[in-house]
Ligand binder design. Sequence first.
Ligand code: ADP
Length: 177
Amino acid sequence: MNIIVFGAQGTGKSTYARYIAEKLCVPYVYSGDLFRQMSSGNTPLGKKIRDYVSQGLLVPDEIVISAVIDCLKKSDLSNGIVFDGFPRNLKQAKALPTDIDLVIHITLPEKIILERLLKRGRSDDTIETIRKRLEIYSNETAPLLKFYQENGVKIIEIDNTPPIGVVKRQIDDLLKK
Ligand code: ADP
């Protein structure tokens, strides 16, 4: 099954995306981590990615799409895949070479999102970049739900207010179906 774990920054979606990938024994593609790795070196591309990430901006689509496609080429897709943080806009969604069977939308009230992100303490988690990223999320990423809905993809919404263990049990039930 090809799954997108979808949701705003700070909702905790990566915790569940990783959990689902491990449970299904399928590759886990987390674009944020991909870019943190790519930007760790002192290459011109690394520096360029760092500039965007540190400002809370999306990395340009050409870079994102080629990085993800590269990653897919190296992965065994026969049992499915879990995407986390990708796609984040319509262009990326349309560039995805695999069909999507399920979108799991993790939600959390904005007040809790802000608290959690500020506590996380990552260098790109300042109040300014968080605001910018959430704004880009609502303008460019959230509309993808409509795109997938119109394309007949099943979308399941999961509220991440309860403790992690409770949410994981909900996900277990969902994957059994
Ligand atoms: P968050 O979900 O809090 O933004 P991530 O670790 O998923 O954290 O991503 C970190 C940063 O990497 C993003 O703020 C963005 O700059 C960049 N990034 C990740 N995925 C994408 C993507 N699909 N398109 C463009 N930029 C991305």
